[in-house]
Design a protein around this ligand. Structure first.
Ligand code: NAD
Length: 321
């Protein structure tokens, strides 16, 4: 009997992804929903591949694996995986690089328009019978002809710029690793000094990884220099914006509003003041949760594992460790 490679799927993925395994006799799989460290420790020992969503895979779990060759992330961020132990054990990390840029870019536009147009306020005013009080509501603002700064110009940033240009915004890009030519070819203006640039921006959206350089990059010192009508959106990773500083800046009316899909601690703690702040528009790390995107990510997560074992996995999908 031929050996079937064992895939541990940590939290279920879309059934369209599972279909790729069901018709492939080279693999067997187990789906685990219990993401406790003790359970993962016992499950990881004999598997050849792991497919993982956003649950944590720390060193103490990875170190127990005996056959593990690939960790396939359902998504593009990989800060939930311990990189050091993966590298030590020659385990590669693959990402669903082709799947989620459009969904996240659309989510940013959804947040930007919801905040600028007072989505929650308008909706509640009609629902609560206050239609005739509409002249007393807070101001809303347009996004047309406004300055938009995209920080991080990779897959998502480049998808977002097309949508911003469709709304006739002036788009600025801060990404030290992307050339002026590339940014200009897509209709943006490259900027190098973030502290100077934010002073004239009407909206800012973050699309870089969380690491030691980007942690707390958006802090009170920067927030206090922004325009009063500035809207800031984080659909990248919690921690890039310092949450206490953001809450303070919003309470002091230093900026107009914020859209947050991601949080320093997920789920955010009940006492997190941003949850009660009316100037904040929230979503539960669901920027990539459209049905279409879940299908693409589910399929790509599994296909990356199959491609790896068939020696076909594209280099662009492998994280450099
Ligand atoms: N909310 C969600 O559900 C969701 C979904 C997908 C991705 N994400 C997050 O979005 C972010 C971007 O994803 P992507 O697929 O576009 O990644 P990407 O790797 O294609 O692009 C990231 C870009 O950030 C740039 N960058 C790195 N350090 C920077 C810095 N200090 N300042 C400015 N730019 C910097 C890189 O040069 C790169 O161009 C990641 O943090 C990812 O985890 C979130």
């Amino acid at each position: 009997m031929t050996y079937k490679k064992k895939i541990l799927i940590i939290q279920s993925i879309h059934k369209e992804g599972m279909k790729l395994l069901e018709k492939n006799s080279n693999y067997e799989y187990e789906i685990v929903e219990d993401i406790s460290i003790n359970n993962l420790k016992s499950k990881i020992i004999n598997c050849d591949a792991v497919a993982i969503r956003t649950s944590k895979l720390p060193a103490e779990v990875i170190k127990l694996s005996k056959n593990l060759k690939i960790i396939s992330r359902h998504g593009v961020g990989y800060d939930n995986i311990d990189l050091k132990s993966s590298k030590e054990k020659n385990i590669i990390i693959a990402i669903t690089a082709m799947s989620n840029a459009v969904a996240v870019a659309e989510h940013v536009m959804f947040m930007l328009l919801s905040i600028s147009k007072g989505k929650n306020m308008y909706h509640e005013s009609v629902k609560s019978g206050n239609f005739n009080e509409r002249n007393k509501l807070s101001k809303t603002i347009e996004i047309w002809n406004k300055n938009f700064l995209i920080i991080g110009f990779g897959r998502i940033g480049q998808s977002l710029i097309k949508r911003c240009l469709g709304f006739e915004m002036n788009v600025f890009v801060y990404d030290p690793f992307v050339s002026k030519e590339k940014i200009e070819s897509l209709g943006g203006k490259k900027v190098d000094n973030i502290a100077e640039t934010v002073k004239s921006m009407d909206a800012i959206s973050l699309h870089m990884p969380l690491n030691k350089d980007t942690k707390n990059m958006i802090n009170y010192n920067l927030l206090k220099t922004m325009k009063k009508n500035c809207i800031i959106i984080n659909a990248a990773r919690g921690g890039i914006i310092n949450e206490n500083d953001l809450n303070k800046a919003l309470n002091e009316n230093l900026i107009f509003g914020a859209g947050l899909d991601v949080f320093e601690i997920e789920p955010p703690q009940k006492e997190n003041p941003l949850l009660k702040n009316d100037k904040v528009f929230l979503s539960p790390h669901t920027a990539a949760f459209t049905e279409e995107c879940m299908i693409r990510m589910g399929k790509e997560t599994i296909q990356n594992i199959i491609d790896f074992f068939e020696k076909n996995l594209q280099k662009s999908k492998i994280v450099k460790l």
